[in-house]
Design a protein around this ligand. Structure first.
Ligand SMILES: Nc1ncnc2c1ncn2[C@@H]1O[C@H](COP(=O)(O)OP(=O)(O)OP(=O)(O)O)[C@@H](O)[C@H]1O
Ligand SMILES: [Mg+2]
Length: 449
């Protein structure tokens, strides 16, 4: 495939030598020296690559960059800054430039930069193509993982999606309940209709009621106009009720009537409103216990529980932890423009043995943070939060096979020594990880010697 390249440079000598050099590499090249011409060409032609000077007679490179991104996000733009205008380069990267190069540069260096940018672009495009193909085959692409337990979840979604019954999604925080709702809606016969989401714990009872059911003018002090509720907005589609356990019994009764007959009244209304909505509810609490304590209606539970999907905690998904980490790492590396980032075997081991109380959301945060801290192309244990290292250490101590049970004080000491060793004897760093003052750490280490 021939690369269509636009060179924007007002220095005639440089422009001509770039043109010659890229023609020789078989690019299809057009050259301009002003912002307005560059913008016109971007509109008129298909451009894959832009080599962009920053200071131009009628504006700056950023003006061209913005236009290029607006017309086609996939156009690779490389800024050529006259002298280390770091600020401009940083701004340009934020606006979506692929890379920048500082003048004067060797042509060879520029070709390498271009090659990298084009390879990255090709990779992204093939990932997107694959994703589109899999989606059009009805595959559930948003829920990643190869473990049996997550495969089962996808299987259940495929089975229930078209059935149009209510679905109850149960799982601990951060396990992906909302993703389950997304894909159930997408694979359902209602996929062209709206998917409306509401978190039942985010509002007081009165506000939640008028959010869900709407209200007539004058229904309460602030109700200056009549307003349709989420049940009406979701007509023909799906309503996702997140944290359903937090809904108050009064509202539960009203919800039950809708689930049974799909009719209701707006707050303060006299007229029956009809709606055709599928309900997907989610909870991270034990609804049976809420029923026993009188906080949740059993009859509503049975209705919503027509089909239950249990989303397993991350620690029960085996090596999905690594697969998900690689995925989040790829995404963060692209967002941070850090090329490719790998996982060291030690870091991988820690991720695998940690028990992830916050599940996939916690993993995502840990990986994103590590990607920001990492300067070397590979995530090591030092980029992981202290509590992961601590818990992994404790698990290993408990599993050390000798059968002995160390006291907490002893584990404390061993752990301090472990952290000091891991950071190469840097006491300040060790104290920071351990969350104690440096002097305290020093004193404790001395006491154990
Ligand atoms: N299997 C998965 N593959 C890819 N991303 C996932 C997966 N599971 C969860 N995530 C991501 O993890 C984050 C948390 O997921 P989600 O919001 O669906 O969890 P939740 O169960 O609804 O949590 P909560 O109970 O706190 O509301 C989201 O950013 C989601 O995209
Ligand atoms: Mg959620």
């Amino acid at each position: 495939m021939r690369i269509h390249t636009l060179i924007v440079e007002d220095d005639t000598g440089l422009r001509e030598s770039l043109e010659k050099s890229f023609r020789r590499k078989n690019h299809d090249v057009v050259c301009v020296s002003e912002v307005c011409d560059a913008q016109r060409l971007l509109r008129e032609r298909k451009i894959d690559l832009v080599l962009l000077d920053n200071r131009l007679p009628d504006g700056t490179g950023l003006d061209v960059l913005t236009k290029a991104r607006e017309l086609d996000e996939e156009t690779a733009v490389i800024m050529m800054t006259a002298f280390p205008e770091v600020k401009t380069a940083v701004n340009a990267m934020k606006e979506g430039a692929r890379d920048f190069i500082v003048k004067p540069f060797e042509l060879e260096e520029l070709h390498l930069t271009v090659q990298r940018a084009l390879e990255e672009r090709e990779l992204r495009r093939s990932v997107q193509r694959l994703e589109r193909e899999r989606r059009s085959r009805g595959e559930i692409t948003e829920i990643l993982g190869e473990s049996d337990s997550i495969e089962q979840v996808r299987d259940q979604i495929r089975k229930v999606a078209e059935a149009d019954t209510p679905v109850l999604v149960v799982g601990a925080t951060g396990t992906g309940k909302e993703l389950v709702a997304d894909s159930t809606h997408r694979l359902s016969l209602r996929s062209k209709g709206p998917l409306v989401k509401v978190n039942c714990s985010a509002f007081s009872e009165q506000i939640l009621e008028s959010e869900l059911f709407g209200h007539e003018k004058g229904a309460f002090t602030d109700a200056r106009d009549a307003r349709a509720g989420l049940f009406e907005m979701a007509d023909g589609g799906t309503l996702f009720l997140d944290e359903i356990s937090e809904m108050k019994p009064g509202l539960q009764a009203k919800l039950l009537r809708i689930v049974e007959g799909q009719r209701f009244y707006r707050v303060g209304g006299q007229r029956e409103v009809r709606t055709n909505v599928r309900i997907i509810a989610a909870t991270n609490r034990d609804l049976k216990a809420r029923i026993r304590s009188g906080d949740f209606r059993e009859d509503l539970f049975f209705r919503l529980n027509a089909f239950q999907i249990i989303v397993p905690p991350l620690r029960d998904r085996g090596s999905d932890v690594v697969l998900l980490s690689r995925f989040f790492l790829l995404r963060s590396a692209a967002a941070l423009r850090k090329g490719t980032l790998g996982l060291s075997p030690d870091a991988e081991q820690i991720l695998l043995s940690y028990n992830w109380p916050g599940n996939v959301r916690e993993l995502q945060n840990v990986v994103e943070r590590a990607a920001i801290l990492c300067e070397s192309g590979q995530i090591g244990t030092e980029h992981l939060p202290g509590e992961l290292q601590a818990q992994t250490f404790l698990t290993q101590q408990a599993k050390d096979g000798s059968g002995s049970m160390p006291s907490l004080a002893e584990i404390d000491c061993r752990y301090m020594a472990h952290v000091v060793e891991t950071v190469g004897g840097n006491l300040s760093e060790a104290a920071r990880i351990l969350g104690v003052a440096r002097n305290t750490l020093k004193a404790k280490l001395r006491a154990t010697e």
